[in-house]
Design a binder for this molecule. Structure first.
Ligand code: AMP
Ligand code: ZN
Length: 114
């Protein structure tokens, strides 16, 4: 996707503080962190939102959770725990239209929506 900021990070057209990469997944630090550790984990395939995943995407979406644990361990937040947020669509408050998993940790996370 030409105008997708996250695809541009994947393609090295825009700089990103990349903390993990394999052939299907990339993770980089959020530019406006909400916690001491705030990393965005995304599939390299441009999928707009969780709403848009197809059956063929389910494998990589599942793999992302394993990658999140690996990153959490590397960042030293696995023992105390973390929060994962996926904003989805308009009511979910999604701004960037490339599916992304917010990995948040390094402090006691605040108010829970549910
Ligand atoms: P969301 O509101 O779930 O769509 O989250 C989008 C997130 O992307 C926000 O937390 C932004 O701070 C983050 N973000 C936007 N542009 C960049 C960028 N170039 N590098 C890193 N994070 C970004
Ligand atoms: Zn994209």
């Amino acid at each position: 996707m030409e105008d997708c900021i996250f695809c541009k990070i994947i393609n090295r057209e825009v700089p990103g503080d990349i903390v993990y990469e394999d052939d299907e997944i990339i993770a980089f630090r959020d530019i406006h962190p909400c916690a001491p550790v705030h990393i965005l984990v995304i599939p390299k395939k441009h999928i707009s939102s969780l709403i848009d995943i197809t059956e063929e995407d389910e494998k990589v979406i599942g793999k992302i959770y394993g990658v999140i644990n690996k990153i959490a361990q590397k960042e030293g937040i696995l023992d105390k725990g973390y929060r994962v947020i996926i904003n989805c669509g308009e009511d979910g408050g999604q701004v960037v239209k490339h599916i992304h998993f917010h990995l948040l940790g390094g402090k006691k996370m605040g108010v829970k929506v549910c």
